[in-house]
Ligand binder design. Structure first.
Ligand code: ZN
Length: 183
């Protein structure tokens, strides 16, 4: 059993809960435990369906440049990847050009959240991921975007950001720095 399995399971439960709360029909999640995606990514969204290759997603990052952690600003674990793909679902993205809210909202606070931002759709999906997985952290690092999102959707993660990251001392320290810079 891969260590990605529990992260995927938690992620699926989390996005389902979020969709239920917001009266949104959840995307279908198709898991691929063998092989790799033809597009060289670990997941993609298309027509109401998320296809995910959990073993190509990141593990929890404890050293070096590996920063992924569920609910942190960087989260390429299966947990974060599912929330990111849900972002394309609510943005009604169809390929890189699609997306409704992404193009509308980006001019209001254009900075990318992470290094992964090839276009407006991905700008949106990364910020949306944090809204779904750790809304209190999004509030502290990107209050303008948080306001746009909270006016549109409820959130199911009600803990404060430190509790969400409990045990991830490295990420907590880095988050404190990000919050200081945002203030
Ligand atoms: Zn994406």
């Amino acid at each position: 059993m891969s260590d990605k399995a529990p992260l995927l399971e938690r992620g699926e439960a989390h996005i389902k809960e979020w969709c239920l709360l917001n009266d949104i029909h959840p995307p279908v999640v198709v898991e691929h435990w063998q092989g790799r995606c033809d597009f060289g990514v670990c997941a993609y969204y298309r027509n109401g369906q998320i296809s995910i290759w959990p073993n190509m997603c990141a593990a929890i990052g404890r050293t070096g440049r590996q920063w992924s952690y569920p609910g942190y600003t960087v989260d390429r674990t299966p947990f974060g990847v599912l929330a990111h793909e849900l972002g394309h679902h609510v943005d009604h993205a169809h390929g890189p050009r699609g997306g409704e809210l992404s193009h509308l909202w980006r001019p209001q606070d254009p900075e990318p959240l992470t290094g992964y931002c090839p276009n407006d759709n991905e700008w949106f999906a990364e910020l949306f991921r944090l809204y779904v997985t750790n809304p209190d952290l999004l509030l502290h690092v990107r209050p303008v975007i948080w306001r746009l999102m909270v006016d549109k959707w409820k959130y199911s993660e009600l803990r404060d950001w430190r509790q969400v990251l409990a045990g991830a001392d490295r990420q907590i320290k880095a988050a404190e720095n990000k919050i200081r810079r945002a203030a």
